[in-house]
Design a protein. Structure first.
Length: 208
């Protein structure tokens, strides 16, 4: 069997696992809890793939610091929680539309590469992340959002099922994965740990 056949088999396995949907992990850091009024400040996207043994693994990470949109609300308590300094000169923040292009274009490419129909957002309490993503897409009139508008995979629910833990740090630790509280609440770190937790649970369950 040649490399092309192996690639086709891998794509078929990925597309077939979730009936044509491609799970992609997203984490956002924001200026509050209201997706319509509060700033999107960071977004990280982690794509998933299968390793040579057919196990789900973390693939690539794409991330951007985001400029607060005009008129955005930013709550001081939110910045205290996530440690973001919005006007820090070394953030190199992008306008929302450019941030969306940076992180969503690779998702569209992955959906196409594996022969899937849509991406499905994986997150820890993902309604929050999907809400902020959808609000940014709407503000920017972004036409190429690859994510399903309402279907999500929730690692809080899955963590509760698999390990009896719904807090991300506790679920990750219960899965035997590393967790460093000093790095928590950055979009990249939380998205990558969420991706590892999701893969761990899917791999434990096996194929249907």
């Amino acid at each position: 069997m040649g490399p092309g056949s192996l690639d086709n088999a891998k794509a078929d396995a990925i597309a077939g696992r979730f009936r044509g949907f491609l799970p992609v992990v997203v984490d956002v850091e924001t200026g509050g809890f209201n997706a319509q009024t509060d700033a999107l400040l960071e977004i990280a996207v982690v794509t998933l793939t299968l390793d040579e043994l057919g196990a789900w693994v973390r693939d690539e990470t794409y991330a951007a610091h985001v400029e607060a949109f005009d008129g955005a609300n930013i709550e001081p308590a939110a910045l205290e929680f996530n440690g973001i300094i919005p006007d820090h000169p070394l953030r190199f923040a992008l306008p929302e539309v450019d941030a969306l292009k940076k992180v969503l274009a690779p998702v569209r490419q992955a959906v196409k590469r594996y022969g899937c129909t849509r991406a499905v957002l994986v997150g820890h309490n993902p309604a929050f992340d999907l809400g902020f993503l959808a609000a940014a897409v709407s503000r920017c009139q972004f036409k190429r959002n690859p994510f399903h508008p309402f279907t999500m995979f929730d690692t809080a629910t899955l963590g509760g099922l698999a390990y009896g833990q719904t807090v991300l740090a506790r679920a990750v630790s219960a899965a035997g994965l590393p967790w460093d509280q000093r790095d928590a609440h950055s979009a990249i770190y939380d998205a990558e740990r969420t991706a590892e937790l999701f893969c761990n649970i899917v791999n434990r369950w096996g194929n249907p």
